[in-house]
Ligand binder design. Structure first.
Ligand code: HEM
Length: 115
């Protein structure tokens, strides 16, 4: 069953450029991750949502948990340096939103396997 995990990040308005830079620098950590199906960093544009969404899609819950609990998540996130210091987080808070995909279509409008 395909699953979607969205990490909703509270990013101060002036830190938008910095968060884009940090994610861009980590995109090379997503090659060859088993069961990983997609990523989008979503900047809010309307009045109803100010959080940035880190949208991730996985072949199944097991693949997601293997990434989360293994080297995958460590590779995607900032590591402390030799002195044990990590870069200061930009986000002021994070909430994980979790979903299963029930119905899906690709860009052609043709329904695709939901999982
Ligand atoms: C799979 C692709 C992902 C990539 C490439 C990625 C990378 C990043 C990067 C670059 C940041 C910015 C850190 C900063 O503020 O400097 C971040 C923040 C964060 N990510 Fe991810 N992330 C991913 C998925 C996830 C998922 C699924 C979770 C939740 C389980 C998660 C948990 C967090 C948390 C809690 C923060 C905020 C911590 C902080 O402010 O430092 N990430 N992530």
């Amino acid at each position: 069953m395909t699953v979607v995990k969205i990490n909703a990040l509270e990013i101060p308005p002036q830190a938008g450029d910095e968060i884009v830079k940090r994610f861009t620098a980590r995109m090379n950590s997503l090659t060859d991750v088993a069961g990983f199906e997609g990523f989008e960093l979503l900047r809010p544009t309307g009045d109803s949502e100010t959080r940035w969404f880190v949208y991730t899609r996985w072949a199944d819950q097991v693949s997601y948990e293997a990434w989360r609990d293994g080297d995958g998540a460590r590779n995607s996130h900032a590591q402390p340096n030799a002195e044990g210091e990590a870069p200061k987080p930009v986000s002021m808070g994070a909430t994980l939103l979790e979903f299963e995909v029930e119905v899906a279509a690709d860009g052609s409008g043709i329904p695709s396997a939901a999982g």
